[in-house]
Write a protein that binds this ligand. Sequence first.
Ligand code: AMP
Ligand code: FE
Ligand code: FE
Ligand code: ZN
Length: 284
Amino acid sequence: MISGRIDLHTHSSVSDGTETPAELIRSAAAQGLGAVALTDHDSTAGWREATAAVAGTGMTLVPGMELSTRVGLNSVHMLGYLFDPANEALVRETDRLREDRLHRAERMVTRIGADYDLSWADVLAQATPGATLGRPHIADALVAKGYARDRSAAFAGILHWRSGYYEPHEAPSPLTGVQLIRDAGGVPVLAHPATRGREANLPRTHLLELIEAGLGGIEVGHRENTEAGKQTLRELAEKYGLIVTGSSDYHGDGKPNRLGENTTDPEQFARILEQATGSAPVSG
Ligand code: AMP
Ligand code: FE
Ligand code: FE
Ligand code: ZN
């Protein structure tokens, strides 16, 4: 049994967080969390380091990932917990995703470079080798060059999808995402489904389709979900028997989100553990 708060959504430098997996685990332990999930975008490369780091902390590590999926131009994030990291279909898809993200970031930088003094090398200098590359790394390069105050300002300006520099990247449908995670023995949980703006609400019909395909839960507690949206999500969870999670979506210094600012109830966490067959949580 976990004693302490449960935070099931964090990012390390394996994707767009600013702390290494080991540093992130130390931060989570310092916050007194009982359990923390590492959910880097499209990568499980941090699992090993996080597993080693959790030893002796008394904390539980929940290995996971935030899989990029897409409906038209809308990006939809699918959290996956405790799947088999060696599952072939999932490995193939995430390899492809990271590769395509790399080319997409390079295309964006070429466009930005026509108007600003920004090179691909500037962006690579902001990322750990092999990291899942995204707009946050371009943002860091823009900050380093003095074109933006911080990541948020870069996202509101040059990196905004309407700025003229934006490019989407390829990604599977959310339905495929759910199936990939389930087939790998994991538990799929739809991330921040009620945010404002373009990355917002998946149409209801889509959600029903995902539930039918095996969606396990929805992330209700998240700072970017609207209050009205959270209410709707709670009703949906009740109606369809979905697991309800709450998490920080911590990115180190990359976002204002703080560890443990939203948490998951132990009974809901227990339901994730019950459904998972692909890998085991790590007790430190
Ligand atoms: P991408 O997937 O490359 O299009 O970039 C989206 C990522 O940028 C998400 O994973 C977010 O964590 C991050 N992000 C989005 N908006 C902001 C923001 N305002 N400040 C910092 N990071 C952001
Ligand atoms: Fe992110
Ligand atoms: Fe996300
Ligand atoms: Zn996230």
